[in-house]
Write a protein that binds this ligand. Sequence first.
Ligand SMILES: Nc1ncnc2c1ncn2[C@@H]1O[C@H](COP(=O)(O)OP(=O)(O)O)[C@@H](O)[C@H]1O
Ligand SMILES: O=c1ccn([C@@H]2O[C@H](COP(=O)(O)O)[C@@H](O)[C@H]2O)c(=O)[nH]1
Length: 649
Amino acid sequence: MSYNSMKDLTEASSRVHFSGLHINMETQNTQIEQASTSMTGKPHKQPFVIAGVAGGASSGKKTVGDMIIDQLHDQRVVLVNQDSFYHSLTPEELSKVHDYNFDHPDAFDTEKLLSSMEMLKHGKSVDIPKYDFKTYKNSISRRVNPSDVIILEGILVFHDPRVRDMMNMKIFVDTDADVRLARRIRRDTGEKGREIGMVLDQYSKFVKPSFDNFILPTKKYADIIIPRGGDNHVAIDLIVQHIRTKLGQHDLCKIYPNLYVIHSTFQIRGMHTLIRDAQTTKHDFVFYSDRLIRLVVEHGLGHLPFTEKQVTTPTGSVYTGVDFCKRLCGVSVIRSGESMENALRACCKGIKIGKILIHREGDNGQQLIYEKLPQDISERHVLLLDPILGTGMPTHSTFPFLVHGNSAVQAIKLLLKKGVPEGNIIFLNLISAPQGVHVVCKEFPKIKIVTSEIETGLNQEFRVVPGMGEFGDRNVLQANVLKAMEVFQSTRSNKQIFHRNVMLFLLLQNLGYNAAICKTKWESSGGLTSGNYEFIDVVRSDSGTRYFIDGNFSGEFDIARETKHFRRIRQHLSRHGGKTASCRTSVRSVPSLSRRPRPPLNTTVAISLRPPRDSTAADGGCWWQMVVVENPSEVGKEDDDEMTILPLM
Ligand SMILES: Nc1ncnc2c1ncn2[C@@H]1O[C@H](COP(=O)(O)OP(=O)(O)O)[C@@H](O)[C@H]1O
Ligand SMILES: O=c1ccn([C@@H]2O[C@H](COP(=O)(O)O)[C@@H](O)[C@H]2O)c(=O)[nH]1
C-alpha cells in the first residue's frame, strides 16, 4: 500500500485525525456525490483508502464496489468508474466503430483520470465526465466531492503505474470467462441495445485478446483476488473490515507497517489531557504518565514472539496458551527513558535494564555515547525506552545540535553495533512527532515503534507540539524527589535534616544530577531584615541545567498580613515550579505587597532577590525579582533563564 508520494503523506500525517461524518450515500449516480470536508468545516485529510477494483468486463467490479459501499454505509465513500474516462469518439472513429478497440489502454484518457484522482485525494471536488455508451461521447459531467474512501473501478485501473501507485488497496475480481461473456451478451443486447452478432464479433476481435494481453497481466499487482465477484461475501467482509481498520488509524500507520499507535479510548485521552496540562501537579503527572507508559509497555510486549504452551488448570483440564519470550531486556535512553523503567519492571519481573546516555560535546554536535548494556544483549529482544520521539534527525543532518530523536537514532545504531538484530528492537514512546517517526521508520524499517499518540509536529525550536515539555525534567527528578519526600516524611519538620536526606537520596539514585545543600545568609541592610535561606541545589550533569529544590518554598513567602494578590502568588508558587522569569513576573504583578518576601539574597551563591534595574519610584519599592545565575562569579548579571524552581510543598 502506498501513497502517491511520501511527501503527500508526510504532509497529511501531521494533521489531526478525523473520521466519522455519517452520510448515507445512495449510488454513484447522484449529481453531487459526497459532502466535502470543507463543507463540514473539518480540515481535509487524505482519503484513507483508495481501493482499485480491476478485472475483466462484466466480471462484477461495479457490483463488488457497490457491496463495499453498502457495508460502509456509515462512512463517506465514493465510487469512480474508469469508463467515465473513455475518449469521445471522433466522427471518423464513429464511422468505423466496429474497428474501435474499447479494451485497449489507449481508449482511456488516463491523464484526466490521474488529475481527477489527485484532486479527490487532496480534498478537492472534481467534475468527472459521464460516458454515454450509445453516443460514444462524454459530453456531460458530474460533480464528485472528496471522501474518506475512494473506490476506482475499471478493466484497466492497474495498467498505468501512476494510477496503481495511488491505491492503498488493489482488488482483482476473478470471474470465469464464460460467465463474463454471458453477462456481457445480456447487458450489451439489453441495456446498450446492440446486435448479438456485433457483441460476439467485438468479443473475439478485441475483448478477449485485450483481456489476455492487458487485463490479466495486471492481476499480479492485486493485494486481494476475489473469485466469484459479488458472490464472495467472505472476501467482501474482509475488505470492509480492513478499510474500517485503516479508517481508524493515523495516516502514518498506512505508510509504516512497523508503527503501532495504541488504540485510543476516552480514558487514554483523559490521561493525555492531564499530563499535557502545564498546570497539572507533579503527583498527577507522574501517576498518569506512569499509567500511560504501562499501556505502551504492555502493547510493546505483545509484539514479542511466543511459543505455544499447555498447562493443567486446578480443575484438571488442559489450557492451551502461550509462553512469554524470556530473552528480553530494556534499554533506557538517559534521562527521560528512565522514567519508563518502573512501568517495564512492573510488567516484567526482574527484567534487565541497560542504559544509554547520548551526550552532546562541543558546538560541532559531536556525540558521546556512554552505555551500560547487558553483555548478551545481541541474543535478546530489546525494549528501547524513550517517552518522546522528537526530530529523529541523524547526526549528519543540518541540525546537529538537536538531541531529541537524534538520541533515538544514535541509540538504535549503538544497539545494532552491539549485534542486536534490527527486528529484535521495539522502540517504546509515549508520544512521537511525525518527523521522528519518518526518520526512524525509514532508516530502520524492521524496528517496531509503539506509541500512545502521534503529535502534530515540531515547533520552531524543534520541540514536540502539543507535547508535554521536557519529560525527564517533569518526571525523573520530580518522581525521585517525591519518592524521597515520602521516605523522609518523618524528618520534614526539621528542614536541615530533611534537605540533607533528600539530597543524599538523589545522589544515591545515580540519576545524572549532582546535588548539594546551598545556604545563603544576609545581614540587615537597606530596609531588609537579616536572614538565611537553605535549599538543595541540583545540577543536571549533561546540560548543566540548574534546579533548586525547597521542601517548603511557599513557606518562605509566609507573611503576617497577606493581601489577596499576595495570597494568589503564594498559591501559584505552591502549585507548580516554573522558570524564574515567570516567577518574577508573578511577583512583579503584585503592586501591594504588604511586606517584602523574606529574600534568599545572594551572597556568594546563585540566588539574589533585589529590585529590578529598571524599577522606578512608582514601583513603590514593592518590586522584587529573583535573579538566578548559573555561575557564582556571574553574580550581579541578569541571567534568569538558567534555573528552574521546583517548589515542593
Ligand atoms: N455475482 C453475480 N451474479 C449474477 N449476476 C451478477 C453478479 N455480479 C454481477 N452480475 C451482473 O453482471 C453484470 C455486470 O456486472 P458489473 O458489476 O456491472 O460488472 P463490471 O463492473 O465488472 O462490468 C450486471 O448486470 C450485474 O448485475
Ligand atoms: O463505447 C463503449 C465503451 C466500452 N465498451 C466495453 O465496455 C467494457 C468495459 O466496461 P465494464 O463496465 O468495465 O465491463 C469493455 O469491455 C468495452 O469493450 C463498449 O462496448 N462500448
